[in-house]
Design a binder for this molecule. Structure first.
Ligand SMILES: NC(=O)c1ccc[n+]([C@@H]2O[C@H](COP(=O)([O-])OP(=O)(O)OC[C@H]3O[C@@H](n4cnc5c(N)ncnc54)[C@H](OP(=O)(O)O)[C@@H]3O)[C@@H](O)[C@H]2O)c1
Length: 290
């Protein structure tokens, strides 16, 4: 089975390529090799490549920059996925396209299911939702996988920033009134192959590690794991910030964007791991020997 991953130098895309090497015939396109803002280039390069499954892990992910560059956001996050879906349709190949918890407005206080209405409050969220719709309009057997708070070794994310700050400062703080669930790229890579089969039903699927937390709780657990695994850090506890303290943010962000994984669990018979476990694995594996 030939798998092509777009966004192969990103946090998620790089993890997918690494995990699938040796198991599948896998190839990747990074940003320099394929610019998703050039729709003709996509038609030429992806149209001219043979594969069974195309995974799109590339996106314009800078939430604040999307507010000031909406045309670019929509071209990369909405128009490019439409073209990818059309190409896959012609090749009878499956497209797996990643999306985000930011398609929701965050007003709910229970995990969002795939049936909940998406109502984004940022250009990023709007462009990603438009991408989802474009993909499914082109071919309803394609799969949209919405993920949240992605972390992994291939590109720094919130957790790495917190550990770095805790290593450099006596005190650190993080937002205590915004909730979602950290999701490990390794766990995404492990679960995804179940959906490579073109006969498996498409549509929208939520995947995140199980449970929910604030950024403060996430950071506190990261520091607790550092202590447990002998990773030096000056700060031991994480103080509380509020969303109102974030004066530099341009885009609005959903306050609560926990994704329900009930559908995933029902389809596969296996619930995702609870978030504390993969966070601990990550710190043990990638920090404790540094
Ligand atoms: N990170 C999260 O917490 C999170 C949460 C929810 C959903 N998601 C979704 O998960 C997916 C993977 O995100 P990630 O965490 O891996 O983000 P990431 O590390 O920012 O990776 C995105 C990749 O897309 C590439 N890219 C950006 N503009 C491009 C363009 N015009 N043409 C081609 N490639 C381009 C980037 O390359 P350059 O860096 O070289 O520009 C980067 O390699 C995305 O669909 C994202 O929306 C992520």
């Amino acid at each position: 089975m030939k798998i092509v991953v777009i966004g192969s130098a990103g946090r998620l895309g790089a993890a997918l390529v690494r995990e699938y090497q040796g198991k599948y015939d896998v190839a990747g396109f990074n940003h320099a090799q394929l610019d998703l803002s050039n729709l003709d280039k996509i038609r030429g390069k992806i149209g001219g490549t043979q594969f069974d499954v195309l995974v799109n892990a590339a996106a314009f992910t800078n939430v604040d920059l999307c507010e000031t560059q909406p045309d670019q956001a929509f071209r990369i996050n909405a128009e490019a996925p439409r073209v990818l879906a059309e190409i896959c349709g012609k090749k009878n190949a499956k497209l797996i396209h990643f999306s985000t918890d930011y398609v929701f407005d965050g007003e709910k206080r229970a995990p969002y299911t795939e049936e909940d209405e998406a109502d984004p409050i940022s250009v990023y969220g709007e462009s990603k939702l438009a991408g989802e719709k474009n993909v499914l309009a082109a071919q309803n057997r394609h799969l949209i996988v919405r993920v949240s708070w992605v972390f992994g070794p291939d590109r720094p994310s919130f957790i790495d920033g917190m550990i770095k700050r805790a290593q450099e400062n006596e005190t650190v703080d993080a937002i205590a009134d915004k909730f979602s669930t950290p999701t490990y790229t390794h766990d995404i890579a492990k679960m995804l192959p179940q959906f490579f089969d073109g006969e498996v039903e498409g549509g929208i699927l939520h995947f995140a590690n199980a449970g929910e937390c604030s950024w403060q709780e996430y950071a506190q657990w990261a520091l607790d794991c550092c202590r447990e695994f002998g990773v030096p850090a000056k700060a031991k506890t994480v103080g509380a910030l509020t969303l109102n303290d974030m004066k530099d943010w341009v885009a609005r962000r959903p306050v609560y964007s926990v994704l329900s994984t009930a559908k995933y669990t029902q389809l596969t018979g296996t619930p995702p791991r609870t978030w504390r476990e993969p966070v601990a694995d990550y710190i043990r594996r990638f920090y404790s020997k540094k």
